[in-house]
Design a protein. Sequence first.
Length: 94
Amino acid sequence: MREIKQGPSMFFVGDSYESAQAWIDFTVEGHVLTITHTIVKNGLQGQGIGQRLVEHVIAYSRENEFKIVAQCPFAQAYFEKHPELRSLLEGKTR
């Protein structure tokens, strides 16, 4: 299982965030964390890494008492599949 690391406004898989093979970007404004992109490069697709990245953001949001805006389509789909987590969402997903 590949290690997920934290970078500036992101979680990633790779040696450094500059050379990440998979990542999830977010912004934080006040107590709202907005997931902007989830990217998993071809060599890592189908291994559940995108899901694990979203789960890391969820854990980070809980620790910091952030609400989440799932702007990224992958994150939107994750929350649609997990209605028990919708209480973490701020307003509507796009």
